[in-house]
Write a protein that binds this ligand. Structure first.
Ligand code: HEM
Length: 447
């Protein structure tokens, strides 16, 4: 099964899928433009939606509508709510294996209903792909062609449906959380963001006043985005979303496994945990492991421990997708999705962490690992257009400088608010001078 699906993630296949992935990521840019910079957006939720849509696109040639739904309201049966609720229930089940027997609890019934809705969504999708075969480059087309060596026939729905269900669960929150951790890391380091924008500008992928619409990202650009890819790698080192998950059992019947010239014996049948996060952050393996330093990925062989060999092989210290025969089968897709999304997002916006997230310490303190690593508070951010569309009547396009000035005004208004002033009634204001502002419609007002 893995072998058959793996070909769906080949470079050639992903190249065919690239325009669809780019379009799906671009949808998020459009949605963020529509939402505007004022109200913070939960970028973790947004990127999880985007990666669910990418999985739908690459997997089944379907637009799941999760990113667009950010502009409206999710209904319980919709792809994003169904997937998130089913995943949350699966996580609760991992924490409490007896949960499914606790039928006196209303939340257990709600969880069962959520899981049912998710499987209904998957079986609708299954019926769709049986009725109308998706393009050959989709994962679905690869799945439909898998032949069971025991029967010589293609696989039944009963067998395929759980595979599809696993793909959506494995594909959405992993990439989504990873993208939002990368954005968090960048929001904390102006120099790193400056280098990203410099690289994008050098490839004409950055919105500027002269060219407000960057040129579309092309497949060949991906390998030229050396620094952005280094930032992604570094954020996967510091915030590995599956840092606590993988478990491995030595091959049955292979006897005990001896490592380190006899120093460590792993008894046959023992279950091993791969502590990815601990390896990625170990001071024994990395210089300044707590520092975001994308430049370390510009050196050759950065994923190996320098000057260390084990059984004649270099020793790996970087494994965000795990290692071995059951590592992430879709890592090429995940990497492509991350680069495409972040290149397009940073090409059009700069992101500022919203005040409700608190300080960097507050964000780290709110980390939670269920199946994947996320932040309890989501990742609330202001998406500030690099070059904003000129609004009707306004004198200048809205940009980051104005965003900061406006926040200043709104904050001072908040103080006024306590003495009876209504911010809502005044709308959004842009500061012009000492005490003059004009609103979105360009009408001057007095503060
Ligand atoms: C940044 C994003 C991602 C990360 C960090 C990640 C990480 C991982 C890791 C660590 C494993 C191994 C788990 C274990 O050993 O127990 C895994 C397995 C898997 N991943 Fe991913 N993953 C990502 C994205 C995706 C995407 C986008 C898909 C599919 C659309 C996907 C599908 C799978 C599947 C099907 C497996 C099971 C493979 C097997 O058992 O042979 N992953 N992933």
């Amino acid at each position: 099964m893995r072998k058959a699906v793996a070909t769906a993630f080949s470079t050639c296949n992903l190249r065919t899928n690239f325009p669809g992935i780019r379009k799906t990521c671009m949808q998020m840019v459009e949605v963020l433009k529509e939402l505007g910079p004022d109200g913070p957006v939960d970028m973790d939720n947004a990127t999880c939606r985007m990666s669910l849509d990418v999985t739908g696109q690459v997997g089944f040639g379907r637009d799941m509508g999760a990113t667009r739904a950010l502009l409206g309201r999710d209904e319980p049966g919709q792809a994003i709510s169904a997937t998130q609720a089913a995943l949350a229930e699966a996580e609760m089940g991992l924490i409490d294996p007896l949960r499914r027997y606790k039928l006196w609890r209303p939340d257990v019934w709600a969880g069962k209903a959520a899981t049912r809705r998710y499987h209904e969504m998957i079986s609708r999708l299954m019926a769709d792909i049986r009725r109308e075969r998706p393009s050959e480059a989709t994962i679905a087309a690869h799945l439909l062609d898998v032949v069971d060596p025991r029967t010589g026939k293609t696989l039944t729905d009963e067998f395929l449906q759980p595979q599809i269900a696993q793909l959506f669960l494995a594909g959405s929150e992993t990439t989504g959380h990873q993208a939002s951790w990368a954005m968090y890391a960048v929001s904390q380091d102006a120099e790193v963001e400056a280098k990203i924008t410099e690289e994008l500008a050098s490839l004409c992928l950055l919105a500027t006043h002269k060219s407000p619409q960057p040129r579309p990202l092309q497949w060949d650009d991906l390998k030229r985005l050396t620094y952005l890819n280094a930032v992604i790698k570094e954020s996967m080192r510091m915030y590995p979303v599956t840092g606590a998950v993988p478990l491995r059992t030595p091959v049955k019947g292979g006897g005990d496994v001896t490592l380190g010239g006899g120093k460590l014996v792993i008894p046959e049948g023992a279950v091993l945990h791969m502590p990815i996060a601990a390896i990625h952050l170990s001071p024994a393996l990395w210089d300044n492991p707590d520092r975001l330093d994308p430049d370390r990925w510009l050196q050759e062989n950065a994923e190996y421990v320098p000057n260390a060999m084990l059984n004649g092989k270099c020793v790996k210290r970087y494994m965000p997708f795990a290692e071995g025969a059951r590592n992430c089968v879709a890592q090429t897709l995940a990497q492509l999705n991350l680069t495409t999304a972040l290149a397009q997002l940073y090409g059009s916006f700069t992101f500022r962490l919203a005040s409700e997230m608190g300080t960097a310490e507050d964000v780290r303190a709110a980390e939670q690992t269920m199946v994947t690593l996320s932040c309890v508070k989501g990742m609330m951010m202001h998406a500030i257009p690099r070059v904003a569309p000129v609004r009707a009547g306004s004198r200048q396009p809205f940009c980051e400088k104005q965003f900061c000035q406006r926040r200043e005004v709104l904050q001072s208004r908040k103080r006024v608010h306590s003495s009876g002033y209504s911010i809502e009634a005044q709308g959004s204001l842009i500061k012009l001078g000492d005490n003059r502002v004009h609103n979105y419609l360009g009408q001057p007002e007095l503060v």
